[in-house]
Structures are given as C-alpha cells and as structure tokens.
Design a protein around this ligand. Structure first.
Ligand SMILES: Nc1ncnc2c1ncn2[C@@H]1O[C@H](COP(=O)(O)OP(=O)(O)OP(=O)(O)O)[C@@H](O)[C@H]1O
Length: 625
C-alpha cells in the first residue's frame, strides 16, 4: 500500500495588526537589522543631546550676564565681563550647530544601510515564500511594504527616534531646571505638562489606527495601479478604462480622506502643544513680574526662566510630529513583520536525501522516474480537495499526456512535481525520493516547467532562456545550449530581433507575441536540461505550422526525458507515449491513446470535445487516428 503520510501545506500570514505588542515591543523587533548601525545611531543621539544641552546652557549664561556683568558693567563702566559672556554664548551657539551637523553625518549612512538590508531580507523572503502565499497577497500590498514602509522607517531611524529622545530629554531637563530655579513659575509650567501628557496618550491610540488604515489603503491603491497597468490591454479592448479610473478615484478619495483625518488628528495635537505652553507662559509672566516687583526673584532669573521656556517650546511642539512619525514607523514595522513572520511550509529538509547527482545533458536513461502515490491535494482556502487519491507513474524517458475536462485538476497535479505546492496527503517521488526530502535546488535540477501563460522578465532573451542554467557552466556551453534550445522551440524570430539574443524584451515580454513568448518559455524549460519536464499546454498560442515544427523537434528531446504534458489539443496528445485521464480530481484511466479510445467512454468524450475545437492540425489528427 502506498505511504499516506500527512504533512501540512498551509501557511498562515497574519493580515491583522500586531495590536497585542506595545509600540516599544514592536519597534524592538528591529534590533537584528539595526544592531550594526547602533553605535553610529547612539553617537548621533549623543551629538543631538549635546546640542540640546548647549541650547539649554545659553539661558544660564544669560541669567549670569544679566545679574552679573551687565549690572556690574552699567554700575562700574567695565564691559570686559560682558565681552567674555558674549563670546561664551557664541561658542555655545556654534557648538550646538556643529553637533547638529555631526548628528546628520553620523546617522545618514547607517539609516540607508538598515533600509537596504531590510529591503533585501523582505525581498529574499518573498522569493522564498510559496506560490500559495503569492496567490493570497495582493502585489500592491507587498510593493507598498517593500518601498513606502521601509522608506518611512529609514526617516524615523535617522531623525524621528533621535528627535523623540532629544525632545523628551530636553523637556525633562528643561522643566527640571525651571522647577529648580524658577520656584512657583516652574511649578506653573509643570502643571501644563498634565494636559499635554493626557492629550499625547489619547492621540497615540487614535493615530495608530488611522496610520494603519492609511498604509493599508496605500497598498490597496498600489494593487489597483498594478492590476490596471498589467491588464491594460484587456481594459482597453473592453473599453473598461473608465471603470478602472472610477475604482482608482474611489480608492484614492478614501485614502485622501484618511490622510486628512490623519493630518487633522496630528494638527490637533500640534495646536494643543503650541497653545498649552503659551498659556502657561502667560500665567508665568504675570506671576514672574509680580515676584520681581516684590524682590522675591531677580531679573536675571526671570530672563533665564523665559529663555529656557523658549528652548523647551521647540521640542514640545516637535513632540507631536515625532510622536506621529513613531506611530507611522511602528505600523511600518508591524506590516514588515507580518510578511517576514509568514512561515514557509515548503522548506528544505534538515537532512536532505542524497540522490545520485544530476549530470548535465538530457538523461532519461539515467533517471527521471516520477511517481504520484495516493496524492490528495487541497488548496489552503478551499473546502474540498482538488485531487483525491491520485496514483500515477511516469517511467523514465516516457511522455505522458494528462487530459481531463476543464477544472479537473491537471495544472494542480503538474505543479506538485516541481514542488510549487506540497501534497496534503500522499507523496510525489522523483527517482524514488519524496520531493519533500530533497532541497529545492535538487528539485529544480531535476524538474523543469513551461506554463501555458509564459512569464518572461524584463531582461535579455539570453537571460530569460538560460534562467534555469547554472552560472558555473562555461560561456561556450551556455551559448550552445541557448542556440539549441531556441532551435528546438523554433524561436527563429530571435535572430531578427534588433540585438538578437541580447535584445531586452519589455516588461514581462509584452513586446513579443503570445506565441513568441510561449516559445521562449519552452526554450527556457528545455535549456534547463531536466530529467523531468512538465509542460502545461505550452504550445496553445502557436499557429498550426509552427506547432508542427516545434512538435517534431520536441519529440527528439522528449525521447530522453520523462515528460508530463497537459494536453488541451489532439496535437499535444500525439506527442505522448501514453495518456492519463483525470476526472474530477482522480486519475481514472492510463493507457495508450488507442487503448483508451477503445476502453474509456470519458476519454472518448474528452477527445471528441478536443477534436471539435477549431484548429486541429491535419498531422495531429493523423497521429491520433
Ligand atoms: N490557487 C488556487 N486556490 C484555490 N483553488 C484553486 C487554485 N487554483 C486552482 N484552483 C481550483 O482547483 C480546481 C482545478 O484547477 P486546475 O487549474 O488544476 O484545473 P485544470 O484541469 O488545469 O483546468 P483547465 O483545463 O481549465 O486549465 C479548479 O476548481 C480551480 O478553481
């Protein structure tokens, strides 16, 4: 009996905000990325604090000048003390400016390095995550995380966090000085801190939700742009451009509304942070004037008090901005880790099997035995399995056509061999080894795929075709392989491109025709020289003559390769030694075309529906009859 071990193919990305974590705990997760940048960030913080302390020292000098050299100078007509104090204020001012410049220099480079490292990690993880993840996550959401969110985080790291700490330290030290030297005036100023704290707390709770909404809406908008640009031909052909515009306008308006709410909330706090200190200052001025008049306070102390409040006012007002930056950064961190925390269930085994190494060259004779053993497969979010108890053997060097009505599960079955998905129950073996016991590199070395919908990249024809070929292969061999694969796939049009195989094909190969793209994708699968070739209806976009030419050349290749070809056309069935019939997720019959025609009514039904399609080639019909 075939083994039926059950392993999960589920991955559960969290699309919920990590609300259970505090902002500090959330941001602390950045530690592995910022660790190496910490010394420079800490030095930048120290420089900023130094600048702030110098700013706070200036009022002390002014107090000393007012009560000392200024008073004495006026009395004794000796202005030398005043000259010294002016020089000291100038030195403190210049020192403050120098330290601010130093901070900028210190933090700029580590900030960009952290951003680049996080971007690399996220992209690497996205590349690693399985197809099932990408089926669920919209491209725009990923794009906005990898670009917008990480840019936001960099700005917070090089400015926001430092400014937040400096603002808090300046306010605490400044208020401490006010209370210590200003007596009642200091206490009046301290009273102003109570409403500020309450407002900041309420603001944080409110703003965090809006910030999350705005960043998610930006992702949705990016998805709409991506989909409409990607599908521009369909939209234009069906005259649906205005609908796409309507959808975009609606989403853009929603985002604008959220941004307005965000700005209004921010402005509310900033206004309060401006008004509250002004009010306390006004009260303090009245009380201070009274105290000076009573002789309970020196004029210098009053000057120092108000100069200190002027120094504190800046950070108090900045607090609103730095707080909102911090909350935006926290949202960005949460959104970053939502993707990074997604566990990839399709990982390499800890102790991979050691099958016989793959030698370059097409080698059906040296292996390529594929077996689907009691395979059941269910998509993550589907209620029912698509494939049920599938048993199918592909002997080395044979070509098996997989036929079935639409939706019967052919493409799904084909995706299990290259391990684009893992089976829910059962196992898929290549040369007797469960594909889950091989590393993904080992699987790719053995199994190559060409899809019906060929994906090409904005790169040269050469790079697209040699995608699955080792970079270690000598250049001459790579060139031979390229020429051979293009020839088998009948991609002669490449020679007519402006720069031949060096021609860059536009985004996703859109500058080529559907048939040209399919032939390049087929050449790519052939160039990988796999033991096992999975072809998902790879000739569907070719005209009859080209299809025949490709089919004739493919036969040579297929003779030495184990091939599973999904057939929607009689000409594709004609390529195969044997045919497997998939009916409602089960392989119900396997045999030669003639055997199945004679014995299987469902096969006859499929073939009659295939042959009634408009463009069967005469050769294909011959091959089938
Ligand atoms: N990513 C997915 N998530 C959930 N269900 C899916 C997914 N892809 C396919 N399905 C479902 O699985 C079933 C089989 O799809 P599959 O593409 O394997 O069929 P097929 O036989 O290749 O069809 P066709 O001949 O039309 O290409 C369909 O009901 C389809 O809706």
């Amino acid at each position: 009996m075939p083994p039926t071990d059950e392993r999960s193919n589920r991955s559960e990305p969290s699309s919920e905000p990590r609300s259970e974590l505090s902002t500090f705990a959330s941001v602390r997760r950045l530690h592995p990325y910022v660790r190496t940048a910490l010394p420079r960030l800490a030095a930048g913080l120290a420089a900023s604090l130094g600048a702030s302390l110098m700013a706070l020292a200036i009022p002390r000098v002014l107090q000393w000048v007012t009560d000392g050299p200024l008073t004495a100078g006026a009395r004794d007509h000796d202005w030398s003390g005043l000259a010294w104090s002016v020089a000291l204020v100038a030195v403190l001012g210049a020192g403050e400016a120098g330290l601010i410049l130093l901070r900028r220099t210190l933090v700029m480079f580590p900030g960009t390095r952290v951003e680049a490292a996080m971007r690399m990690s996220l992209f690497r993880h996205l590349q690693d995550l399985p197809v099932s993840f990408h089926d669920r996550w919209p491209g725009g959401q990923l794009l906005s995380r990898i670009m917008g969110d990480l840019g936001l985080l960099r700005r917070w790291l090089v400015f926001g966090i430092i400014q937040l700490v400096v603002s808090i330290v300046t306010i605490v030290v400044g208020v401490g000085l006010l209370v210590a030297t200003g007596g009642w005036l200091g206490i009046i100023f301290l009273c102003g801190a109570i409403p500020v704290t309450v407002l900041a707390f309420r603001f944080s709770r409110r703003y965090r939700k809006i910030s999350r909404l705005s960043q998610d809406q930006s992702g949705d908008l990016a998805t709409t742009v991506e989909e409409s640009v990607h599908g521009i031909r369909v939209l234009k052909a069906f005259g649906r451009g205005p609908d796409a515009l309507d959808q975009f306008t609606e989403q853009a308006a929603e985002l604008r509304e959220t941004e307005i709410r965000k700005a209004t909330t921010d402005a509310g706090l900033t206004t309060a942070l401006r008004v509250i200190p002004e009010v306390t200052q006004a009260v303090a001025l009245v009380v201070g004037a009274y105290l000076v008049a009573q002789g309970d306070m020196t004029l210098g102390a009053l000057v120092a008090f108000f100069t200190t409040t002027a120094v504190i006012n800046g950070p108090v007002v900045d607090l609103g901005m730095t707080l909102s930056m911090t909350l935006n950064a926290r949202t960005a961190v949460d959104r970053f880790f939502e993707v990074m925390d997604t566990v990839n269930p399709l990982t390499d085994p800890e102790r991979p099997a050691r099958p016989e190494p793959v030698t370059p060259g097409r080698g059906g004779a040296t292996g390529g035995h594929v077996a689907f053993r009691d395979v059941t497969f269910r998509y993550d979010d589907a209620a029912r399995p698509v494939l049920r108890h599938v048993d199918l053997e592909l002997p080395p060097g044979t070509t098996t056509a997989l036929v079935g009505l639409t939706g019967s599960g052919k493409s799904t079955l084909a995706m299990l061999a290259p391990r684009l998905f893992d089976v829910t129950v059962g196992r898929v073996e290549v040369d007797g080894v469960d594909v889950r016991d091989l590393t993904r590199t080992q699987v790719r070395e053995r199994v190559a795929v060409a899809f019906e919908d060929p994906t090409l990249f904005s790169a040269s024809v050469r790079d697209n075709v040699l995608l699955g070929v080792s970079d270690d292969l000598p250049d001459a061999e790579r060139e031979t392989l390229l020429a051979e694969s293009l020839e088998i796939a009948q991609a002669h049009f490449v020679a007519d491109l402006p720069d031949g195989a060096d021609t860059r094909i536009g985004e996703e190969g859109m500058s080529l025709s559907g048939g040209q793209r399919q032939r390049l994708a087929l050449a790519r699968a052939i160039a990988a020289r796999p033991r096992v070739l999975v072809l998902d209806d790879p000739l569907s976009a070719l005209d009859v003559t080209t299809e025949e030419a490709v089919t004739a050349r493919l036969r040579d290749v297929l003779a030495a390769t184990t091939t599973l070809v999904i057939a929607h056309r009689p000409s594709t069935v004609a390529l195969a030694d044997r045919v497997a019939v998939l009916q409602d997720g089960r392989v119900t019959a396997v045999g030669t075309h003639q055997e199945l025609l004679a014995s299987d009514p469902h096969y006859r039904h499929i073939i009659s529906s295939l042959t009634s399609e408009p463009t069967p080639s005469p050769t294909s019909q011959e091959a089938l009859s």
